[in-house]
Design a binder for this molecule. Sequence first.
Ligand SMILES: Cc1ncc(COP(=O)(O)O)c(C=O)c1O
Length: 554
Amino acid sequence: MWVDSAEALGSDLHLELAGTGSRRAALMAALRDAIRGGRLAPGTRLPPYRSLAADLGLARNTVADAYAELVAEGWLTARQGSGTRVAPRADPPPPSRRADRAKPLKPAKLTQHTKPPGEGGVRRAPARPTEPVHNLLQGRPDAASFPRAAWLASARRALTAAPNEAFGPGDPHGRPELRRALADYLARVRGVRTDAGRIVVCSGYAHALRLLAGTGALRGRAAVEAYGLGFHRSLLAAAGVRTVPLPLDADGARTEELGSHPGVRTVLLTPAHQFPTGGPLHARRRAAAVDWARARGGLVLEDDYDGEFRYDRRPVGAVQGLDPDHVLYVGSVSKSLSPALRLGWMVLPDRLVDEVLAVKGDREGWVSALDQLTLADFIESGGYDRHIRRMRQRYRRRRDQLVAMLAAHAPHIRVSGVAAGLHAVLELPRGTERSAVRAAAWQGLALEGLADYRHPDAEGPHRDGLVVGYATPPDHSFAGALDALCRALPPDLAGPADSADSADSADSAGSADSAGSADSAGSAGPPPPAATRPPAATKPPAARRPPSGSPRAT
Ligand SMILES: Cc1ncc(COP(=O)(O)O)c(C=O)c1O
């Protein structure tokens, strides 16, 4: 069949789809043939999925999957903005220093293979791609959903209404318009008790940590959750703050153990949605943290990084509402809008306001006053609420798709934590995390394992798991990312009995001992997929029971 996409291709292309078998496999074989035979020269741009699908009478997903797989095999390359192209014939150069540093794909390991799997090796095939095709790294909202028009409208209104003094050097406290809007918003949505005077605008949680590290509040030692962002721990370490890990269980951080760390006066918590494991902090543990802070003259630092995104019920209010004098609340727009804005807020106990402002300094506003005014308008005009509601629906749908994919194709894998936020943790059978992350890289899928988040001094069992940022990919590539994830998951080796046990246990991975844990799993080397299961899209559900009812995320 002649493909009528000569314009997109820049040359005519004859693709003969052989046989009556899988259309995806036939298309892949035809494209490989065309590349091998030289009819598709290196660098040639392939037609968009849509037009090739229309030309060949195939479903768009079939073409998308075939492209993705050929990218993963190294025959094609895909780059945002320049489409899908035939890969260069020569072996790619060694990974750049930048790629060397890129986590977590360790691209150097991805370039080992010179023969694509399934090929006879008649001639040297292109090496594995160094760039991931799919991205499920946590930490980013769906960039395509940034409310550009509504933000622009707020910016226009804010700029028009701004008093002349707003164009001066700025106030380290933050614009009063934004602080007033935040005080109302946080009280209404998160149950935070504050007035505008106790809010200090900053550029996000990381900035808040840096500022606090410069005050007496965070000096010396601080307790943190045993799993959390290494970046935040490093930031504290660089400021001379030593972190002590608090163990986690199904009820969140064991705050009742705070008293056994005499040098600790501050605890950092993610109460609404433990990061990254996903459980909420139990009411008893919230109360224990506040009681400890009162008794010790200490401080609870509440990181409410994704508190607005709860899908199964109304979000639990902030711990700050229990005791505004002993809980310091921090939020930002990094998950709700975009981390690019660098806009956040601290709600401080009265006694800390002047100290934090002193650390901030007189001449540094840190966040553009115009962006602050825009956010104030965005909140007050209802644009922020509308955006959050829209994103809540979108992320909830994504999470449901992830859970449904697991129920259909990997029922032995459990999603831990509550239905909330922009990421989920998939609990893996013991000892399989490292190979699953490598298998994902082999599928061209960027994501991280739980081991990346574990405090180096944490005691107790390692938990094998994958941290899946389901908000990250744009809509059109989410299904492909889920397929790649499905192909990277370890098979169910335990059998039905064991797998049922683990699904029933509240904290099954947490109760595993550390033998054979993520850290002790196999070393690097050629990256065989952890599972040999074919793509979800082309394979019926795994033989073992698909769950009969609704998805089992807890
Ligand atoms: C655990 C956690 N806390 C806080 C944040 C927000 O960080 P920032 O406000 O510095 O962008 C993130 C990332 O968005 C996070 O993952």
